[in-house]
Design a protein. Structure first.
Lengths: 84, 159
């Protein structure tokens, strides 16, 4: 097992790896009105919404607010991008 | 250009918040100077039905557009190199205020100078302000998350 192996939750490390490039292309777009930035933003938001629906289907997490969930995903993407 | 050269030299680990605050001050100052120049232009070119007046006015409109779009790109580059989320939030708040300052003036001018690019500039400024606010709110959510306990088993532990 590699040193940086991570413990997955309902949201997996692979989910973050998939989301991170969209977060990067949206959040760090020099031109926020470019097609690329808009598409990346849309992809990121859609994927986060999909994941949130999966989470809300689990009775342990019904009280998790979307703003918290999205904020945490952003933090994890930011953390991943710094290291990679 | 000055800032680009410096960021190229200092690399991603450079984190002096006083330097960034100084950059932000410069950005806001430059934007305000361009917006004020547009206001002066409007006062000295009251009749934009004349082609030469409209051309001069349009050039100043382009300068305001350039100031805002370049500042946005610069703030993005600085924010990307910044670890402190509170600093990033401050940058987007300042950039949003700069857009708002320009919007307030251009909203007055877009009807009196409709054929000199003011309407297009107004729409662009609104879009950029929305983008600044979205980035500010996104970072603010991240800051809030850091103060709350993480539910067990929900997120991966990315060490």
């Amino acid at each position: 097992m590699p040193d940086d192996a991570d413990t997955d939750g309902i949201v997996s490390r692979d989910d973050i790896i998939k989301l991170a490039p969209f977060f990067d292309a949206s959040e760090n777009a020099l031109n926020p009105l470019s097609r690329e930035a808009k598409e990346a933003k849309s992809e990121f938001e859609n994927l986060v919404t999909e994941l949130f629906q999966k989470v809300r289907g689990d009775s342990r997490y019904t009280s998790v607010a979307y703003s918290y969930f999205r904020g945490k995903i952003r933090l994890l993407c930011r953390q991943y991008l710094r290291k990679n | 250009m000055f800032l680009r050269i410096h960021f190229g030299q200092i690399g991603p680990m450079f984190q002096p918040s006083h330097f960034m605050s100084s950059c932000l001050d410069q950005i806001v100052e430059t934007n305000e100077a361009q917006v004020e120049a547009l206001r002066r232009h409007a006062a000295t070119h009251p009749d934009t039905t004349q082609e030469t007046a409209c051309m001069a006015f349009r050039r100043q409109v382009s300068l305001v557009e350039g100031a805002i779009t370049n500042s946005f790109a610069l703030v993005t580059s600085i924010a990307k190199k910044t670890d402190d989320l509170a600093e990033i939030a401050k940058m987007w708040q300042a950039m949003s205020r700069a857009c708002e300052h320009a919007i307030n003036l251009v909203s007055e001018l877009k009807d009196s100078y409709p054929f000199c690019g003011t309407r297009e500039l107004y729409n662009l400024l609104l879009d950029y302000k929305i983008a600044c606010d979205e980035r500010y709110h996104g970072v603010s959510d991240e800051i809030l998350c850091q103060t709350m306990p993480t539910p067990t088993g929900l997120f991966p532990e990315m060490t």
